[in-house]
Design a binder for this molecule. Structure first.
Ligand SMILES: [Zn+2]
Length: 422
């Protein structure tokens, strides 16, 4: 097999420049800025290398507007002979900058082996590594079989509905069209991510009755009712979740059980505006709302996750005077897990052994990423996340990507392309 190590090493400067260019296009989400600009930039580069490029706007998706259109790029290069299609999918959006930076978040500054910037690790570094891997592969194997695809998609950081979910609905991840998907999220160059836990988000509202705060007995305090809900969670739900373990190789270890975050709580008078020095009016709150973020395991059916919470609320309704509530589902994500002997897994594992001289470790993500849409909507099971970068740096100040890590993972990706398409 022709060795891609030298051709990829020779592209070091090009890889750095590409990563810097991508970081310098601030694709902030929210609101969804510069999506077209980054798709145009990549599309021009890939078209010049023989890719057929399509720009797809997720018109009508959440967040899509004429001001902030949700643009996606799908670039495809067909080989000389029929064969399978390997698809690299990266999201092009990045999260808010936040406080605490000592580097320019959109400068793409190179310092020794690190490139700094928002999105460097999550996941413009992975996108750049996959582009360089594909280009090196195509130069070495002009006679390859099948097809290589690279997509850059919107809104992964806000659920992926304007990105991969939309493309999946249009049939871009139909198993008749694409056979192997690699998502270069920052999972570390020696780890293969097989999938992720599920998520269920809901708003719970307790009801009360407004009255003067000096005579609370004339009303009914919705915040006290919510206190009873939180107490029931503490006494019954949290211990039950902690006792449930998954066989999924979730990292970190603490996420190998069911978990729930209480995302927010609001009740009674609105928070005063900054600078408002007025004292609060004296009222009994007639509404209190929380948003729950329940992460669940492959072993837990979503109906049971939901029924467990509703059961606690119904129980309170039966025994607590005047308790009334509403629950509204906000979003749901089904867990996804690719088999360890799926072809893309065994191929990338072998490439990691060849390139890095060590066995890969297999992990699953505590949160979720775009694999959920490829699995549920696209019905494509042969999908993993594999890419350079330290996951713990994602969304943090002074986020960076290592140049050596990008080069090593590009070699693994290039080796995988050789195994699947030559
Ligand atoms: Zn990401």
């Amino acid at each position: 097999m022709t060795d891609l190590d030298t051709p990829i090493a020779d592209k070091r400067d090009e890889l750095i420049a590409l990563t810097q260019d991508l970081i310098r296009i601030p694709t902030l989400n929210p609101p969804g800025e510069n999506y077209r600009a980054i798709c145009d930039y990549l599309g021009q580069r890939l078209a010049a290398r023989g890719f057929a490029c399509e720009m797809i706007r997720a018109t009508g998706a959440p967040g899509d507007s004429d001001r902030y259109p949700r643009w996606n790029l799908v670039a495809r290069r067909d080989g000389a002979r029929p064969g399978e299609c390997v698809h690299f999918n990266s999201h092009h959006d990045v999260v808010a900058v936040g406080k605490g930076w000592t580097r320019d978040p959109f400068g793409g500054e190179l310092d020794e082996d690190r490139i700094y910037g928002r999105g460097a690790c999550d996941m413009k570094g992975g996108l750049a590594a996959s582009v360089i891997a594909c280009e090196a592969f195509l130069e070495a194997h002009p006679d390859f079989a099948g097809a290589v695809e690279i997509s850059a998609t919107a809104d992964e950081e806000s659920g992926g509905y304007g990105g991969v979910a939309h493309l999946a609905q249009l049939g871009y991840f139909d198993p008749a069209r694409v056979q192997h998907v690699i998502i270069p999220e920052p999972l570390n160059k020696d780890r293969i991510c097989l999938g992720h836990r599920g998520g269920w988000w809901a708003e719970i509202e307790t009801k009360g009755e407004i009255a003067h705060g000096s005579m609370p007995f004339l009303g009914d305090c919705a915040v006290r009712h919510m206190g009873a809900v939180l107490a029931a969670f503490e006494e019954r739900l949290f211990p039950a979740m902690a006792a449930r373990r998954t066989d999924m190789p979730v990292v970190p270890e603490g996420a190998r059980q069911s978990t729930m975050n209480i995302n927010s709580i609001h009740g009674g008078a609105r928070e005063p505006e900054t600078g408002d020095t007025g004292l609060p009016a004296h009222c009994v709150p007639d509404s209190c709302r929380i948003v729950i973020d329940r992460r669940f395991l492959l072993e837990e059916p979503l109906e049971e996750v939901r029924a467990e919470v509703v059961g606690l609320l119904e129980d309170l309704k039966a025994r607590r005077p005047n308790f009334d509530y509403e629950i509204r589902e906000l979003n749901r994500v089904i867990p996804s897990m690719t088999d360890r002997d799926a072809p893309v897994v065994t191929t990338v594992a072998e490439a990691i052994r060849d390139v890095l001289g060590q066995d890969p470790s297999y992990v699953a993500s505590p949160g979720s990423y775009d694999q959920k849409h490829i699995d549920r909507i696209g019905k494509l099971k042969n999908c993993i996340a594999y890419g350079p970068g330290v996951l713990e740096l994602a969304h943090k100040p002074d986020e960076w990507i290592g140049v050596t890590d990008m080069l090593d993972s590009a070699r693994v990706m290039g080796r995988s392309l050789q195994a699947l398409l030559t």
